[in-house]
Design a protein. Structure first.
Length: 290
């Protein structure tokens, strides 16, 4: 049996569904029993637990051979870094005392860096814990989420512009759909842990290709049948702009750091165990706009 956290989000739901489609036994972790009913109807076992509830998470792992975990973002928190590190400590302590054969954790491109990566710092901290774990673990490091463009889709639809924090507007970076992240995490669970005595491994996930803000705007133009113009959001407005989305002051500052260092190519891959998603950009954008 595989235990999957985050099934109310984009990646965990794909992990769970992919494993169910493969005929595997799955137990999903949800906080709200109502959110678990859909998974029970699909044939999954349902565990009711908050990831901060140590006892409940331990019970959810009983009888499992593998698990998928992530650190939920909690973007409104004013103690984001400290609370995510506390959760990382707790989850790794739980798996260290479990009988799991293999755990896949969602990480990020740039998690090998100790500074200037914004919220990715929490995943750098998590990976250091995993390196010391006696349980066999895999850190899955995807690139920039294509799904992030959904937050500015209304501006494209209503005003014909695509605000971009990624700059210059013609700079291409690796972007990957969360659907591909979930499928890759499920595949890693099915493949099992690294062999040859290695207890921890890193797998980096890139998209089908690299894209720029111009490429996203061009694809949106085709999907919406109207001209979409990418525009660079001035850096001195980034933090205030993030806070307008309900993000806390701390997290807004972290996001500003992250985008600055994506743009200046500080946040990059190590080119370790690289895999690629297979979702074409135009197909993704078409689905996003429907």
């Amino acid at each position: 049996m595989y235990v999957i956290a985050g099934v109310t989000g984009n990646t965990g739901s794909i992990v769970a569904q992919t494993l169910l489609d493969a005929g595997e036994n799955v137990r999903v972790i949800v906080r709200n029993p109502d959110k678990g009913q859909i998974w029970q109807d699909k044939g999954a076992d349902v565990a009711i637990a908050d990831l901060f509830d140590e006892k409940a998470v331990r019970e959810a792992l009983i009888g499992a051979k593998g698990a998928y975990f992530l650190l939920p973002p909690e973007l409104s928190s004013e103690r984001f870094l400290s609370s995510r590190r506390e959760l990382a400590d707790q989850l790794v302590n739980i798996i260290n005392e479990s009988h799991l054969e293999h755990v896949v954790f969602l990480s990020s491109v740039g998690a090998q860096l100790d500074e200037k990566t914004g919220p990715i710092l929490t995943l750098a901290y998590l990976e250091k814990l995993l390196e010391k774990s006696p349980v066999k673990t895999t850190a899955l490091r995807p690139g920039y989420f294509l799904d992030n463009w959904g937050s500015v889709l209304p501006a494209a639809i209503n005003d014909g512009v695509l605000p971009s924090f990624l700059q210059p507007l013609d700079q291409k970076i690796d972007m990957v759909a969360t659907q591909d992240i979930g499928k890759t995490a499920a595949q890693l669970l099915l493949e099992g842990p690294a062999t040859g005595g290695q207890t921890h491994r890193v797998v980096e996930l890139k998209g089908q290709s690299q894209y720029s803000a111009h490429d996203i705007a061009q694809s949106l133009s085709k999907a919406l049948n109207k001209d979409i113009t990418p525009i660079a959001v001035p850096q001195n407005t980034w933090k205030d702009t993030f806070m307008q989305f309900g993000i806390s002051n701390e997290v807004a500052g972290l996001f500003a750091d992250m985008y600055e260092n994506i743009n200046n190519a500080t946040i990059v891959y190590e080119e370790i165990n690289v895999r690629h998603g297979d979702t074409p950009l135009d197909q993704f954008i078409q689905n996003l706009t429907q």
